[in-house]
Ligand binder design. Sequence first.
Ligand code: ADE
Length: 396
Amino acid sequence: MKIDILTLFPNMFNGFKNESIIKRAIEDKKVSINTINFRNFSKNKHKKVDDTPYGGGSGMVLMCQPIFDAVNSIKKKNSKVILLTPQGKKFNQKKAYELSKEEHLILICGHYEGFDERIRSICDEEISIGDYVLTGGELPAMVITDSVVRLIDGVINTESSKNESFNDNLLDYPTYTKPRNYNGMKVPEVLLNGNHLQIDKWRKEKRLKVTNEKRPDLLKNKIIIEKNGVNEKKNKIYVDDIKNIKVTKVKEKEKTNVYKLSKNSDIKAITLFMPNLIKGYKLKGKNKDKKVNKILIVKDEFIKKIAMKNVMKKIDILNYRFNLALSSDDEDGTSRVLGEAEMLKQMIINMYANYLGNENLDKIIKNINYLVNEFVKAKTLQSSFVNKEINNQRKM
Ligand code: ADE
């Protein structure tokens, strides 16, 4: 791989290129990293690269000409031109993997107040390394280069990049080295017994646990499914992006809902399910071949949707019960259904409040109160009508 970095401050990269893994990767010819001072491309007699902004305002703006010419002098068919800017798409490990497969990267480091908008037209991508503003793109160029180079085949031991943080969107498991006991802090026993199946299980468990504790946001877009199929090991768990799994309700029985799960892509396996550890909405799910028997939904909006559906179903049943009570003159039936309405409200508050959100919960309770009021009004009218009838009959 070749990485060309367009910068006004090439010296900033000296230390970066001459130490540790990056130095070795360059020596082993896994990558060549060149810094190009685009000031050398300026056609201005004073080698100017920036000017004041049109329309006024503070600071200097990088001009098109030196950058256009510098890019054109090195760009080939297989080059990917990347502009470093806080306005770019946020850099992450997935992007690092993608870029590590490229043959030629051209990284453009902005500086000063900004760059002429037209420079964007020669770039394939814009990348930011985070929501903060640096004095230039040099540090972001180093961050990106570092994370990309270490992923190039043969640069580091592949085992160590296999389980690292952000693979599968999960953080890394904890690691320990000698001594076994440091000031009373002991290495977990499981790591000392040489049982690699157990160690593997422990590490997977820890990755999920650590992610849930430190970065629960990384689990938000995941659906966790417990599989229990014929050819599957019991309790084998699959985690994937909810985008890749379609969950559709296919049947509604009295007590259980039947959900159909269809995969849009291969689901990667991780071998632990900790329903009590991760907050989510538990569902019973069955697909046709009965391979899925438990689903834990973690995506907020999806949880809301399903919880709302379930609650609305319960309200429909209550409504039906009110209608039944209206068509009968059994006094016990009236108080029973009013009690059921009260119990339903309590049940929704206790069991669904967390999933529905305050606004939905409010609407639902109002909805039930409305049904209760309408029912009581209708019942009162009914009984005053009946009383009138009885009085009329008495008078006759
Ligand atoms: N240039 C200045 N700040 C930056 C950032 N956060 N990411 C990428 N380039 C930048």
